[in-house]
Design a protein around this ligand. Sequence first.
Ligand code: AMP
Length: 355
Amino acid sequence: MTKINMRDMLAKYDKKKLTIATVCSHSSLQIFNGAKKEGFRTLGISVGEKKKLYDAFPLGKPDDFFIVKNYKEILDYTDELQEKNVIIIPHGSFVEYLGPSKFMNLALPTFGNKLVLDWESNRKKERIWLEGAGLTMPQEIKNPKDIDKPVIVKYHGAKGGKGFFVAKTYEEFQKRIEKNKQYTIQEFVMGTRYYIHYFYSPIQNNAYKLSKGSLQLLSMDRRDETTIDEVQRLGSIAELEELGIHPTFVVTGNIPIVMRESLLPKVFEMGEVVVEKSLEIFGGIIGSFCLETVVTEDLEFKVFEISARIVAGTNPYISGSPYSELIQPGLSTGRRIAQEIKYANKKNLLCEILS
Ligand code: AMP
């Protein structure tokens, strides 16, 4: 979607009645809660009735539901949704349920820059972006015969780490690999994981200043992944593997965490270069994004992934995090998104943060 038809579309909107909408999953409770706190109407797009669940959380319940038979149908209802002055807040499940190409063609004002999807979902382009920005990523092993240290094998398009496996030798790799699938082999980085939640505003200059706009650190989490994170309750991984029990990396939840304060300058430097490079190559990553990192024993960050929108790891912080508390008490990522939209609307800058 071009900026021109975005402008046309927004021209028809009643700016006093903007409605924050998202798919009822992932981080929707937080998004609706944050939008309500900022005075927006909210709309939950859902397959089938989800009222019963949301009734359990009145402060995270959307004002209205928009029921579809399947998420791909959303494209058929864009006129109706435009009449409701809807602004879409995409999250990981939203993009996954709709499919990347339908998401790209979604004719609804969407928070963030959709062009990022191409750079984020293509592992080669992601590497060009992040390494080009100066970040260190885990080494990629092109030929499995070169495996001479622990590696993690990632299937392309696998959801939530499903099917990923660890191998220490070429023989182990051969035993486990599903040859009909596309995969990437990465050095398994030894260290501790931090999933860092940033917010970049191209239109506000009241935080860590960049060449254009400013950057905030809102929170960080560690993912809880089954079975790897608790498998040791049954025995060592080596023991279990001998019995044919292999650990898996499927995300089931998120754990709040803070980092030693001396690492924070590096955290901001990483966020800064990622944003500056994004401005250069596709016009900028807008709003929330997450760098998925491992910190090694030499206190070096290796970044294994970027998520270019609100991540579920922000959910432990609906009432604020130890970092966002120092920006505004009780500030969640969901609320920060709503604030950005409110500010842009007031200053007539919505086109700068929507696509
Ligand atoms: P991803 O789908 O790339 O986010 O990876 C799923 C999970 O696998 C992560 O949350 C980490 O626990 C683990 N992981 C991914 N890449 C690496 C790596 N290079 N080294 C160590 N662990 C990794």
